[in-house]
Design a protein around this ligand. Sequence first.
Ligand SMILES: [Zn+2]
Length: 228
Amino acid sequence: MIKVAQCWDDGVYTDIKLTEILRKYNAKATFNLCPGLMADNAVKPHWHALDECGWSYQGFHGGRLGKNDLLEVYKGFQVASHCMHHEVAAQCDIATFKAGAVDAKKYLEDLFQRECPGFAWPCGGATEEAIEVLKENGFAYARTCENTTDVTKNTNPYRLASNCHFQDGRFWSKFQEAKANGVGAFYFWGHSYEMMDSPGLWQQLEDKIAALSADPDVVWVDVIDLVR
Ligand SMILES: [Zn+2]
């Protein structure tokens, strides 16, 4: 038996398509959200126009979910704080980070009416001072962008490493290695906007989820189950 967990960052519009795929295969997942970046209503994904500036992924803007969409889109999944406005611990003062991390947690707990003890470091940036803030405010773990071959030996849950990004070229060999080595768990992460509007990339992800769900040794778990 191998526990498999996944999480997805930023609360983008393309999470709608992703959650449809995950539901189809009964796969669990945690979504790390920035409610402060969301308007009431959704912003659709689009390719940047010639004169359009601002953030994009290879020219693709993954859109944003609206606050009004959250309950429906993430129904049945776990949600976690990714800071209100994606505050990066190493790039802002500690009061700003604390407000970002804790306010997002409270917002999600009020909306979903359940405990949301998870956290993912915006841009992976953990600091010791910020870890203390998370500990003092009821967070149980915080995911970095670091990789490890054995997620069950994560010594510090506030610097939680995963096995790999979902588009890691060695995704399957890393999964097979973890399984063969009797590691007991496998954990991957990503952003749904990284599949853009590419049918091939979406199919590639669906094939991964389908294969994991079809594996009789796999038990989907939530990220919180890796640390509790
Ligand atoms: Zn992020």
